[in-house]
Write a protein that binds this ligand. Structure first.
Ligand code: NAD
Length: 379
């Protein structure tokens, strides 16, 4: 059962790392599953449903830690929770090792074999089945549009009614990674006119396929960096894209920002002056809020109004997945169960160091640090 509080709120984590569906997947390959009592309550899964799926429900974290050889969690464990684990336990969870050095040292000292799901190599297509970051970003992109539509005082799709013609809402999506593409797709499905911008030229095709116009600036600079992620852009490029956003913000009703650079603060792309130029009733959803936000007027973790523009500062990984805890748990649980099964059925569970998704997420084992790790260069 998750205990960690969400950043910026007093809400507990609502997701759970297994569901009846993922339990059945594991039981089918010879594993037995124990679940802490109440673990699924915030994701609308009762203890009885876990039991019907074949799991055994145990009272308290200590009992689960004692019983489990492989322990599944959503949030990084607290130091106290690591203290409860048996030496040699296999842990699969979000960890964020760069930000949680003390936790990694404790996992190492406790001889935990830890797979940090946030370290899954993402460019390998087979790893997509285990990629919790993509599952969560997909939810966040969808949810950003749902949040925006709920707070927008007009229709999204255009209509011809007896009372008059209604124009479709115009949506601008900045950053076309996993969350941005999900937002484009959802806004397109809801009948909006969608425009999108990204520094990586490679995503143009995906943007168009998802239903948006791909906006461009007249500067030759590609933002593709390591591992398919973006690199930091030159000052000239950022100025050019911000100039583009000035006119787009004045025209668009909904702005969704998702621009992130690994290990760096989110680039500030929408200034207070841009927001001052927006129409009353417009909505901004800043999914980059957890690393400072792409929008100067965002308040991370908060929903508020500035200049009659609603600002939704609910971030991609921190807040949005917990807005849809049942869906997020289903996908998270499936990612973890598939990952375990990729290492074999119960009788043949095996950690293969030559398997990139296995080795890539492994951060501690046998009292050693196994992180950071880079995949071998293709011959
Ligand atoms: P992310 O969350 O790190 O960033 C979101 C987007 O913001 C990225 O598309 C990035 O290019 C963009 N961005 C950064 N700076 C910007 C700026 N100044 N202006 C506009 N846009 C900016 O990205 P992500 O969604 O985690 O995905 C990153 C990459 O990893 C993508 O190429 C994605 O396709 C790839 N990926 C691959 C797989 C796979 O093949 N298995 C799975 C997941 C992700």
């Amino acid at each position: 059962r998750e205990t960690a509080k969400q950043a910026g709120t007093s809400e507990p984590e609502k997701r759970v790392a297994a569901t009846p569906a993922s339990v059945k997947m594991l039981l089918g390959e010879g594993y037995s599953v124990v679940v802490q009592a109440g673990a699924g309550v915030n994701a609308d899964i009762s203890d009885a449903e876990f039991e019907e799926a074949g799991a055994t429900v145990l009272q308290g974290a200590k009992a689960v830690a004692n019983a489990a050889d492989i322990l599944l969690k959503v949030r990084p464990p607290t130091l106290g929770e690591v203290g409860m684990m048996k030496e040699g336990t296999v842990l699969m969870s979000l960890i964020h090792p760069a930000q949680n050095k003390e936790l990694v040292a404790k996992l190492q000292a406790k001889n935990i074999t830890c797979f940090a799901m946030d370290q899954m190599p993402r460019t390998l297509s087979r790893a997509q089945s285990y990629d919790v970051l993509s599952s969560m970003a997909n939810i966040a992109g969808y949810r950003a549009i749902v949040e925006a539509s709920g707070r927008f005082g007009r229709f999204f799709a255009g209509q011809f009614t007896a009372a008059g013609k209604v124009e479709p809402a115009k949506v601008l999506v900045i950053g076309a990674g996993v969350a941005g593409l999900a937002a484009i797709q959802q806004a397109h499905n809801m009948g909006c006119i969608v425009r999108a911008f990204d520094v990586r030229a490679a995503c143009k095709e995906q943007v168009v396929a998802a239903g948006a116009e791909f906006l461009e600036v007249k500067i030759e600079e590609d933002g593709s960096g390591d591992g398919g992620y973006a690199k930091e852009m030159s000052k000239e490029f950022l100025e050019a894209e911000m100039e583009l956003f000035r006119s787009q913000c004045a025209e668009c009703d909904i702005v969704i920002t998702t621009a992130l650079i690994p290990g760096r603060p989110a680039p500030k792309l929408i200034t207070k002056a841009h927001v001052d130029g927006m129409k009353p009733g417009s909505v901004i959803v800043d999914l980059a809020a957890e690393t400072g936000g792409n929008v100067e007027t965002t308040k991370p973790g908060q929903v508020y109004e500035y200049n009659k523009v609603t600002h939704v500062g609910l971030s991609l990984y921190e807040h949005m997945p917990s807005q849809m805890p049942a869906q997020a748990s289903f996908l998270f649980g499936n990612n973890l169960a598939k990952y375990i099964l990729s290492m074999g059925p119960k009788k043949h569970f095996y950690i293969d160091f030559d398997d990139v998704p296995t080795r890539g997420a492994l951060i501690t084992m046998g009292g050693e640090s196994m992180w950071p790790w880079s995949p071998p260069k293709p011959a």
